[in-house]
Design a protein around this ligand. Structure first.
Ligand code: PLP
Length: 350
């Protein structure tokens, strides 16, 4: 089965070989307090910084999931209040997760086709502004021009970005925000169970000011341990090893971004004037890593069913668009010939 599911998604072909290698090298039994682990953690972080162009003065931490990152941010970075800016289901979940911990979180939900401009929005009471950069549920994306505008206009606030389905697939200008996070089962082409948090010095300073140390994953504890290339608890060592191996072979992010953009152009041409349409009409807010394709619910059901028969797994619609859309991942691990195969299948429905 070829998976176009936007997470968990198709893993790189080399993953089984890397797992065997991990077994051979003793990685599966490796102590997370050993020199070997510290070397692995350090190497992985250095590779991440190099390949994704993360600024050197930023700190990279390991967590277990993007959902865990939502919780860490709520408990460890918010002083008084956060504002959540989003269009879809993942942004909403993040807001609700924060609301359960900090009862005064506020939300600003914007229209799917709307390109955000800062003129309309100011959040002066908030000290953390949460932006879902790539909304996996509906295939929208927020430009970092907007993220920068938000940051420039709110010097009192930390800007925190959920880049779960874009990090590793598109170039992110990390300098424009203070905290970015993603899990590895989307653009990184790896099995689930590991997430990355990327923090500016300002975010680390904020965590210190908040001074929260009541949880095993309190940000202050995580930062302290990472200074020794360690984690607060036994982490998913295998997943870190797999990430390191995949990164060794990964192109520079600008290269990857270019490849995905080209593939996206191919998809735009493919769906042009057909009965299968992009849910998002405004190209300026359309994601390049997750495609949401809209048609009648009858056809969606039929296409998904027939695709499965042809050995192709399409992403289900999500949230409000569950029955009227299907989703296609445009992630780096997916091969050109697999895209061709999917297009050969879909052309009968255009
Ligand atoms: C998948 C996804 C999540 C949740 O990731 P987990 O690793 O399952 O916690 C959060 N935000 C976005 C934008 C996602 O695509």
């Amino acid at each position: 089965m070829i998976s176009f599911y936007p997470g968990p998604s198709r893993v790189h072909d080399e993953v089984p070989t890397y797992v065997a290698e991990a077994h051979q090298l003793g990685v599966l039994e490796m102590s997370h307090r050993s020199q070997e682990f510290m070397a692995l953690a350090e190497k992985t972080v250095l590779l991440l910084k190099k390949k994704l162009r993360i600024p050197n003065h930023y700190t990279v931490l390991f967590a277990s999931s993007a959902t865990e990152c939502w919780q860490i941010i709520a408990q460890s970075l918010i002083k008084k209040k956060s504002t959540h800016v989003y269009t879809g289901a993942f942004g909403k979940k993040w807001f609700e997760c924060t609301l359960a911990i900090r009862h005064n979180a506020e939300q600003y939900v914007f229209n799917l086709e709307e390109e955000l401009g800062i003129d309309t929005l100011t959040f002066h009471e908030s000290d953390v502004i949460c932006v879902t950069q790539n909304e996996t549920s509906n295939g929208t994306a927020v430009s970092y021009r907007y993220i920068k505008q938000v940051a420039d206009k709110h010097p009192q606030a930390l800007v925190v970005v959920d880049a779960t389905s874009s990090m590793g697939g598109v170039y992110l200008n990390f300098n424009v925000a203070d905290c970015w996070f993603a899990s590895v089962q989307k653009c990184f082409g790896l099995p689930a169970g590991l997430a990355l948090m990327v923090l500016s010095p300002r975010a680390i300073k904020r965590a210190k000011e908040v001074g929260e140390r009541g949880h095993y994953n309190s940000l202050n504890r995580m930062v302290d341990m990472m200074r020794l290339w360690q984690t607060t608890h036994t982490p998913n060592v295998l997943a870190i090893f797999l990430l390191m191996k995949v990164l060794e072979k990964t192109d520079d992010i600008r290269q990857t971004e270019k490849k995905l953009a080209q593939q996206m152009l191919g998809w735009q041409k493919f769906f042009k004037n057909s009965r299968l349409a992009f849910l998002i009409k405004n190209e300026r807010v359309r994601s390049t890593t997750v495609l949401a394709i809209e048609t009648t619910d009858k056809r969606v059901a039929r296409i998904k069913r027939e695709a499965k028969r042809a050995g192709i797994l399409l992403g289900d619609g999500y949230g409000d668009y569950k029955t009227t859309t299907f989703r296609i991942a445009n992630f780096p691990a997916i091969k050109q010939r697999e895209i061709k195969l999917l297009q050969d299948f879909l052309k009968w429905y255009l």
